[in-house]
Ligand binder design. Sequence first.
Ligand code: KG4
Ligand code: ZN
Length: 336
Amino acid sequence: MQDILILGVETSCDETAAAIVRNGREIISNVINSQIAIHQQFGGVVPEVASRKHIENIAPVVNSAFREAGLTYRDIDAVAVTTMPGLVGALLVGLSFAKAFAYGLNLPLIAVNHLHGHIYANFLEHDNIIFPAVCLVVSGGHTSLLYMKSISDYALIGSTKDDAAGEAFDKVARFLGLGYPGGPAIERAALQGLAGRYHLPRVFLDRKDYEFSFSGLKTATMNLWRKIEKNGDCNPGDIAAEFQAALVEVLVEKTIQAAHAYEVETIMIAGGVAANQALRENMAKSANKKHFKLYYPSLGLCTDNAAMIAGKAYHDYINGTFAALNTNAQPSQFSL
Ligand code: KG4
Ligand code: ZN
């Protein structure tokens, strides 16, 4: 069969990214222009600033992806772009660019759900993943457990009632003065502290369902910090370590329980929080003990990138699922 080369474009939050992927597997180029340094000064992503930066960066980033790949515009077979979920202004920059690019070159346009992209990052690097599987999607905006029958057939089995796991990391880090993005900042601080010195709640761990809640854990963490700060006995590392342990324990336990209940052999993790070392290690320990096969993407493919978008789109290309040029961005939809 003829090789299929797809250009992926991703601008859903604060990374302007473009990648070229061959046959849904081989990453030919993967360019990410991160705006972290810009948003750091505000303590979080400022949507309007993100949109403006995407406008400045999108053409150079796409051109870098072609340069890195040693390819020309004429070599590709389709253009894939994230259309949901994300910041609407940010999504619109990538989508408008991708539409114009596809129209100008008479190429098919493929709309990709950002979360499906995150899940697909596992398939960029791993062959022969056995279905059915349970997948934990943990990002800045989402925390969900999915039952996956195939690479593109998902059912939602549980999700967060309030904050996403990444959002809780970001908010707690900001409160503790550890900086943005919060996940890596908490992870670093936790290495300087001890989990268990204080106790934080494992919210919903006693519930026999697959729902999550992190807002209460966030508030409990803030209250605990205020209390011990007053006593002058404050190592933010201890708080970071206990917060991370509390959050990771719930994620791991619920995922393992779901894998048992749904009688799967395979567990996957996806999204920015999947880069967390404590989550990777604890999930691996529990999965090994119970003989589940665990997959997670390498660190660079956990956080936002366009290779996962171009990879996912290959399967849509093969199925002939293309998007119309009047496709719109959908900020908050997790369509399964
Ligand atoms: O998937 P992602 O890059 O963007 C979204 O789709 O939201 O995820 C970003 C989230 C942020 O909340 C960030 O703090 C978190 O992932 N994150 C981490 C780590 N690296 C990124 N959380 C915990 N530990 C990490 N090492
Ligand atoms: Zn993401």
